[in-house]
Design a binder for this molecule. Structure first.
Ligand SMILES: [Zn+2]
Length: 260
């Protein structure tokens, strides 16, 4: 990965989760609990993931670089779950591949409502059966997308950050006021696709998804820009995502469930 060597990977402290990719590579993650806690409310939970598209090398590399610099009171006020390489088979293939080892675009494989009809139709009509955008034969057909969905259910994030490349923009799915600018990246809503993580989580699970599209899939932004995106992102999160609201939503769901 650009600007990330083996030593930095090892230093990140990621561990095998027990889940493996289609080709049997470990799917790795780590939890970093908040150390700078506010007594009045629980820490925000942020799920950060890179490399869901294996040929977007910078999207995984920048996660390692951010983890290296996770100091400061805001970062330490957050409970983190970090998954730097969601698609290791694609990233480590001889020629890095967007898709996983089954040729599936993992970011079209999440169980959005109506997937069975919409995802294949969209793929055929709108992408003209582009193999780089194949959604799979069923939602969550792939071990890597099942793993992401499991992590979402167990960690219960307040916000998800998913890093991509190379469109050089920010995208956002969720009810909050969207971020306008992280570093040089400007908000540009790219659209909603059947089976995408933003559509599944941000639109249908009510957990907002920030999609960061770095400007180049092979070449890293300058160090100052890597840092700027990180700082702007943390500031947006603490100002716009409120853990109490999420808890109120969970309470209202469970109360309405018991009223029946
Ligand atoms: Zn991507």
């Amino acid at each position: 990965m650009p600007t990330v060597d083996k030593a930095l990977c090892m230093q990140g402290g990621f561990a095998a989760t027990g889940r493996v990719s289609q080709q049997g590579l470990p799917l790795i993650a780590k939890t970093v609990p908040a150390t700078n806690k506010n007594k009045k409310q629980r820490p925000l939970r942020v799920l950060l993931m890179g490399g869901i598209h294996g040929d977007e090398l910078t999207s995984a590399a920048i996660v390692y670089r951010w983890v290296e610099g996770m100091t400061g009171p805001i970062a330490q006020s957050i409970d983190w779950r970090i998954m730097p390489v969601v698609n290791p088979d694609g990233l480590l293939a001889e020629k890095a591949s967007r898709m996983n080892a089954n040729g599936v675009d993992l970011n079209r494989n999440f169980p959005t409502p109506g997937w069975d009809a919409e995802a294949p139709r969209y793929w055929k009509a709108r992408t003209r059966s582009d193999p780089r955008r194949f959604p799979g034969h069923a939602p969550l057909s792939e071990p890597e997308s099942r793993w992401v969905e499991e992590e979402m259910r167990s960690f219960k994030p307040d916000v998800i950050i998913s890093v991509h490349a190379p469109f050089g923009v920010l995208d956002f799915d969720g009810p909050e006021e969207p971020p306008r600018k992280f570093g040089r990246l400007l908000l540009n809503r790219v659209g909603v696709y059947p089976g995408s993580l933003g559509n599944y989580s941000g639109v249908h699970q009510n957990v907002p998804v920030i999609t960061i599209e770095l400007p180049n899939a092979q070449k890293m932004p300058q160090q100052a820009e890597v840092r700027r995106i990180w700082v702007d992102m943390l500031q947006w999160i603490v100002r716009n995502v409120d853990p109490r609201q999420q808890e109120a939503a969970i309470r209202s769901v469970s109360t309405s469930g018991t009223k029946r």
